[in-house]
Ligand binder design. Structure first.
Ligand SMILES: Cc1cc2nc3c(=O)[nH]c(=O)nc-3n(C[C@H](O)[C@H](O)[C@H](O)COP(=O)(O)OP(=O)(O)OC[C@H]3O[C@@H](n4cnc5c(N)ncnc54)[C@H](O)[C@@H]3O)c2cc1C
Length: 599
């Protein structure tokens, strides 16, 4: 296994060429920072995660977190507690949050790059930070000042972690089926009773307090998602002076034995076994789902990023292995010598597929993070609105495509290792096992596809998707001007875009007439949309790299590699779009009328 090395050349390429960090630094909340400071912070963070967090990845997988059924305490793997203390001491978790609550006041984009670094170092470890950031985000937007003052400062530093409690045995994808009860006590507090399952870092030994955000129903709440409220339920109640008070009536009664992310405790949480846990309402009753939706774009982007991260880690391992392992004779190699497997065309195909997909994922994730910053902070309301539309449209793409690719790329890493890839000691199976949950949680990828087709395409009567496709089309003249070297990128992108535009019209037309027809093709449609989005960003990368080469700026070898990788993506992966037309437009009968249970 290779030691984790943060891929700063590519990270900085995207920051310098596909997004505009300088523009973000001109927005009011970010005026105190500049692009050089951002790079320095990222490099320092990269050093920290590779030295402190990455070495715990394998041992964390082997050891896992352990639940004690007598005390209901959870012990994280050796070294986690100490590493987390260092993470808190350095203040890494607070970098993208409001300075008023002790954060660093950096753009979300910077927070996202930092998430990539920590997640690539150690997915399981990163999840406590990820969930805490999601909880902070929700509180910042919706909690009243009193609650914010009590909870946010310690959550922003990371001294207290946060959790998101949505799922129950009967309420998974269908969050509206939540049954956990919240009964008002007349003193502003509520008594919470119920069981939540699959709660990430619901209990652990890394911090003195855990702040649970819990979805529950008040007694007269309307059914479904309209009757869900959101509560803060701390593990330890907090006294007025900020010190910790009594233990709340919440316990982790068991943890799951999972195929991956074993160091991240996935907890069954029982609320109210002793009469009711004390909860504090966030915002207003019955608005919990709305509040969840405001943080969902960020949370889904963070999970998409997990797909990128786990793929990057697997690629670093596979590349090193392919440059060390000798087997067979590559075409043209001298007789009597065995070649590095790196020299075999099929292994190069796998490595290039991994590399190109990773670069495309990174571009999508960072561009989406920039969209979030601009939607939140640009002084012009029209631009804010436009970027918010892009955020809404691209959220299912970032979440679903990047996590699907996380699984595919980690599987390719196993293939490159051959038989050793199937052997746990090689360390590679862990990446695949860790990746497999990502298409499932934070809204399964099937739900993401339904969201794209059912909610996002109809935005503004199809106007939002129309604008997005026009934006891609606007790249064409620059690609033509770039000449022969980029002509394959240009023709493939143009063809794929036409196919996507025609198919989008089909989905919009048929979605209104027969939603089942559109939903039947939702997943292949999401794949098609993602490929074109990725192809567009790879084309922009190639144009930027060519610009650097022509101007004699940047590292010439790296710039040429960016062009070559973009060509590989657009000429060899992007044409898959054509094969997706049939499954998208097959219609309802092709799926619903086939008797699946007759076999
Ligand atoms: C390791 C792990 C960590 C987790 N962390 C958390 C956490 O911190 N907090 C939390 O609240 N939850 C968490 N979850 C729960 C996770 O979000 C759910 O597992 C997920 O939302 C899917 O719900 P489900 O498991 O009930 O599957 P189901 O909803 O039963 O889905 C089963 C299958 O049916 C499909 N399906 C369901 N409904 C539809 C529909 N309407 N249309 C089309 N297809 C549909 C799904 O796509 C899926 O393929 C975690 C889960 C795991 C395994």
């Amino acid at each position: 296994m290779a030691d984790y090395k943060p891929p700063f050349r590519d990270i900085f390429f995207v920051l310098d060429n596909l997004v505009d960090v300088g523009e973000l630094c001109e927005f009011e909340p970010f005026k105190h920072i500049d692009p050089d400071t951002i790079k320095a912070v990222l490099e320092e963070d990269g050093r920290f995660v590779s030295e402190v967090i990455a070495p715990l990845n394998r041992s964390g997988d082997l050891e896992g977190s352990v639940h004690d059924p007598k005390t209901n305490e959870v012990t994280t793997p050796e070294g986690f507690k100490e590493a987390y203390a260092q993470y808190v001491a350095a203040g890494w978790g607070g970098v993208p949050f409001d300075q008023a609550y002790g954060g660093g006041g950096f753009p979300w984009l910077v927070g996202i790059v930092m998430q990539e670094l920590i997640t690539t170092a150690n997915v399981a470890f990163s999840m406590s930070a990820l969930l805490t950031q999601g909880a902070i985000d929700l509180l910042l937007h919706h909690a009243d000042e009193g609650l914010k003052e009590i909870y946010l400062p310690k959550m922003v530093t990371g001294e207290w972690t946060g959790t998101m409690n949505l799922t129950e045995p009967e309420a998974g994808s269908d969050v509206g089926a939540v049954r956990t009860k919240a009964v008002p006590q007349g003193d502003g507090t509520y008594k919470i009773t119920g069981t939540k399952i699959f709660i990430t870092f619901g209990e652990h030994d890394m911090t003195e307090n855990v702040i649970h955000l819990v979805l529950a129903r008040t007694p007269d709440a309307p059914p479904g998602t309209k009757g869900i409220s959101c509560f803060i339920v701390p593990k330890y109640l907090v006294n007025e002076d900020g010190t910790l008070g009594e233990r709340n009536d919440v316990a982790c009664v068991s943890i799951e034995h999972k195929m991956g992310i074993k160091a991240s405790p996935t907890c069954v949480m029982s609320y109210g076994d002793e009469g009711g846990a004390t909860g504090y309402l966030i915002g207003e009753e019955n608005r919990g789902m709305r509040y969840m939706f405001t943080m969902m774009n960020n949370a889904r982007l963070s999970v998409g990023l997990e797909g990128l991260s786990v793929a990057e880690r697997a690629y670093q391992d596979a590349l090193q292995y392919a440059q060390e392992r000798r087997q067979g004779r590559a075409p043209g190699a001298p007789a009597g010598e065995s070649s590095l497997i790196f020299e075999h065309p099929d292994v190069r195909r796998m490595l290039l597929t991994m590399k190109a997909t990773i670069e495309a994922m990174r571009a999508i994730v960072y561009v989406q993070a920039e969209n979030i910053d601009i939607a939140n902070h640009h002084p012009d309301p029209d631009i804010r609105e436009y970027r918010q539309h892009q955020v809404d449209l691209l959220t299912p793409i970032a979440k679903a495509w990047c996590t699907d690719m996380g699984v595919e790329v980690t599987s390719l890493a196993i293939q490159i290792y051959g038989g050793m890839g199937f052997v746990e000691e090689s360390g590679v199976p862990q990446h695949f096992r860790d990746a497999r949950i990502m298409p499932i949680y934070e809204g399964t990828n099937g739900i993401q596809a339904m969201d794209l087709v059912g909610r996002k395409l109809p935005l503004e009567g199809g106007g939002v998707v129309g604008e997005f496709l026009s934006q891609i089309a606007m790249l064409d003249p620059s690609l033509i001007r770039a000449g022969e070297e980029l002509s394959g990128i240009r023709s493939n992108l143009a063809e794929a875009l036409t196919t996507l535009a025609d198919t989008t019209n089909w989905v919009l037309r048929n979605g209104t007439k027969d939603p089942r027809a559109a939903l039947s093709g939702a997943t292949p449609y999401l794949r098609m949309f993602s490929l074109v989005t990725a192809g567009w960003l790879m084309a922009r990368s190639a144009l930027a790299a060519k610009g650097h080469l022509d101007a004699g700026t940047g590292d010439a070898a790296h710039m040429q590699a960016k062009i070559d990788t973009a060509r590989f993506f657009c000429e060899q992966i992007l044409p898959q779009v054509q094969g997706l037309v049939a499954p998208v437009t097959a219609g309802t009968e092709a799926l619903m009328d086939i008797p699946i249970d007759q076999y």
